[in-house]
Design a protein around this ligand. Structure first.
Ligand code: CA
Length: 321
């Protein structure tokens, strides 16, 4: 386990709860977070929530730069977005002001980080891919300089449109067409990761003193109030564990086409698994079968459950003293 590797996180924290859990895991794993960018709709609220989580956790993470990125999915009109679902009024405090609140600054930050750290850097994208695609449009080669771009998104062994892709299909298509260092943890794998009861209970009722966990529990309680019957699915945390130790997933190489039209819009067609008859090549003239992407076929659930329990429950308990 490397633990200290450099990562940049692009997140849509603030809707589902798994982004906040993933960020917490990244700090627990002692990743060197070079910066965090936010994406999708109200990105300033999201950046403020990230700032608060970093500050509460501390241990040096309070100085990680946070940029509010592109809120407007490609091909849609800009608009005023309401507050994110788990917004609390204290997030308006100056101390949570993002380090950049201009979408171009976030895109430049991603590009500059890739140029600066090159192979040492893992870019982790756990929201819709608008920032990533804007960065590719600005400098096609820079993101390919990073060691890896690891995403949560797509579905490769069951074919359906997952949230991160369907929320900005144009952006996802640009990403799949242009990146050669992409590793994808699809929703058809992450949806198996229903939180075990002990983790769920810890997140809901944590009464210890570790401030990062206290805030995570506050967010979890807001999420549960908002979605009382929802299962806790740990989509985004798996990406952190994969970045730390790729052996946790069974990865395959595949040619992927993002379907952009009609009923299948947003599906990430795995041509190696499902064949070329599922799409019309004339409509996808830029499809290059020789371009391969790593996609997850399975996850070691027992390993995942043991690691996340250790990082969130056991470590927090040991810090309560
Ligand atoms: Ca997410």
């Amino acid at each position: 386990m490397t633990g200290k590797q450099k990562i940049l996180i692009d997140t849509d924290i603030g809707d589902d709860i798994d982004d906040a859990i993933a960020l917490y895991v990244a700090m627990r794993r002692q990743f060197e977070i070079v910066g965090i960018t936010t994406v999708f709709r109200n990105t300033v609220d999201r950046a403020r929530q990230v700032k608060k989580l970093l500050r509460e956790y501390g241990n040096g993470y309070e100085s990680v730069p946070v940029y509010a990125g592109c809120g407007v999915p490609m091909g849609t009109e800009p608009q005023e977005y309401p507050h994110i679902p788990h917004y609390t009024p204290d997030l308006a405090e100056d101390v949570y002001t993002p380090d950049g609140a201009d979408a171009d600054a976030a895109v430049d930050f991603i590009l500059d980080s890739c140029r600066r750290y090159g192979k040492e850097l893992t870019v982790i994208a756990i929201g819709p891919f608008t920032n990533i695609a804007r960065a590719i449009q600005k400098d096609k080669d820079a993101l390919n300089l990073a060691g890896r771009v690891v995403i949560m998104g797509g579905a490769f062994y069951k074919q359906y449109a997952d949230w991160n892709v369907i929320s900005d299909v144009t952006a996802a298509n640009i990403m799949f067409r242009n990146l050669h260092n992409l590793a994808c943890i699809g929703a058809d794998v992450t949806h198996l990761l229903v939180a075990e009861q002990a983790l769920y209970d810890d997140l809901l009722t944590y009464a210890g003193k570790e401030r990062g966990h206290m805030y995570l529990t506050e967010l979890f309680q807001l999420w549960r109030k908002d979605r009382p019957r929802a299962q806790l699915l740990l989509h985004d945390p798996l990406v952190m564990y994969y970045a730390d130790d790729p052996g946790i997933c069974d990865m395959r190489s595949a040619s992927v086409v993002v379907l952009t039209d009609g009923y299948a819009r947003g599906m990430t067609l795995n041509v190696d698994a499902y064949g070329k008859k599922r799409f019309n090549p004339e409509a996808y003239t830029d499809f290059d079968e020789s371009q391969k992407t790593l996609v997850a076929a399975a996850v070691k659930r027992d390993v995942f459950n043991a690691r996340i329990f250790a990082d969130i429950v056991t470590l927090a308990q040991s810090n309560n003293a």
